[in-house]
Write a protein that binds this ligand. Structure first.
Ligand code: FAD
Length: 316
């Protein structure tokens, strides 16, 4: 079976859910090998990667990988591509993953597909392009297919692999040392899941009216175990922090369930959420364009609908 490299996303020694999704997807197309880049590799991480089917785990633990921005990871993957000749490389379509994918494509003279929401035989990807305005099927025709897959595109399913470890040493180029991480600040988001990884996202827009009112969005999110998102109108107004903005110039999410309250559905907002599996809309204007992509819609005042919904969910 052909080897497929999967770049591991990890934080505090934990493997992120998106990596388990990528391993599951890779298993349907070949033999996944996980690539761990940076310090913090643990036995628990190894066990998790093997549990989800990694036949091999390449481990490059150099501190330098964490010290510099994304370039070392692209160099590591390029080295593995030239040495192992994998059939494809999968990364998560996060801000970091997409930058790594682009750099890797240049280094290996390969084609790259970003924002894939599905991947089938021959590495044909379902891809969301032009700010989410168009969905296409694409295939890399040059070099090693490099595909950045959106979180939540595949349900992670465990199926054990051998998990054979292989240590990798990497000598960084001067170019990779061009930009250095000087400080890391942990984002406070309480017990809520990370926005791009969450299975459920509840977002509020201008209709929410103020920063204080976002507490009703947060309450609904907490009743569902969801992450909170916001439209740009809400983040620009200072009602909710910018890191929670969903859309073309914010985060791209693709959860199982996306709830949009008081959001009109501008193309730039849709670009970040329209591949969500089920979309629920709460808006008092029945003509709001967001209803065009809604699976379920409530025409009503969010200040009535959202608290009622929260109460009903909390009863269950
Ligand atoms: P509005 O369009 O003002 O809609 C508010 C909605 O709330 C209306 O539909 C209204 O009917 C409803 N409403 C009001 N009161 C209530 C109530 N009580 N109950 C129920 N419904 C109510 N936007 C993003 O979101 N993300 C991006 O990343 C982004 N990037 C952009 C990039 C560029 C280059 C540009 C030009 C724009 C970008 N925008 C982005 C902005 C985008 O064009 C819209 O302006 C923005 O999405 C509007 O946010 P909104 O839907 O919250 O506000």
């Amino acid at each position: 079976m052909s080897e497929i490299l999967v770049l591991v996303e990890h934080a505090d020694g934990d493997v992120k859910k998106v990596t388990l999704e990528l391993l599951t997807l890779a298993r349907s197309l070949g033999e996944p090998s996980a690539v761990w880049a940076g310090p913090g590799y643990t036995d628990a991480a190894k066990a998790k990667l093997a549990e989800y089917g990694a036949g091999k785990i390449y481990v490059a633990e150099s501190e330098e990988i964490a010290d510099y921005v994304v370039a070392p990871k692209a160099e590591l993957l390029a080295k593995l591509v030239s040495e192992a000749s994998p059939a494809a490389v999968l990364v998560a379509a996060t801000a970091e993953g997409k930058e790594i994918a682009g750099r890797l494509a240049i280094k290996t003279d390969s084609g790259v597909i970003t924002d894939a929401v599905g991947l089938g035989e021959g590495f044909v990807a379902d891809q969301s392009i032009f700010g989410g305005g168009v969905n296409v099927r694409s295939r890399v025709t040059k070099g090693t297919p490099i595909v950045a897959v959106r979180p939540n595109s595949t349900a992670p399913v465990a199926e054990p692999g051998a998990g054979a470890e292989e240590k990798v040493e990497i000598a960084l180029s001067d170019a990779a040392r061009g930009a250095k991480v000087v400080e890391r600040v942990k984002q406070e988001r309480g017990a809520r899941p990370e926005l791009t990884e969450a299975a459920i996202v509840v977002s509020g827009g201008r209709g929410v009216g103020s920063g204080e009112n976002f507490s009703i969005i947060e309450k609904l999110a907490d009743s569902l175990g969801a992450a909170v998102g916001a439209s740009r109108a809400a983040t620009d107004a200072g009602w909710y922090p910018h890191q929670f903005q969903v859309g073309q110039t914010g985060k791209t999410v693709s959860p199982q369930l996306y709830v949009a309250a008081g959001i009109s559905g501008a193309i730039q907002h849709r670009a970040g959420m329209q591949t969500s599996k089920t979309i629920v809309v709460i808006n008092k204007d029945s003509e709001a364009p967001i209803f065009e992509i809604a699976d379920f819609g409530v025409v009503g005042d969010l200040f009535q609908v959202v608290p009622q919904l929260t109460e009903e969910i909390e009863k269950r």
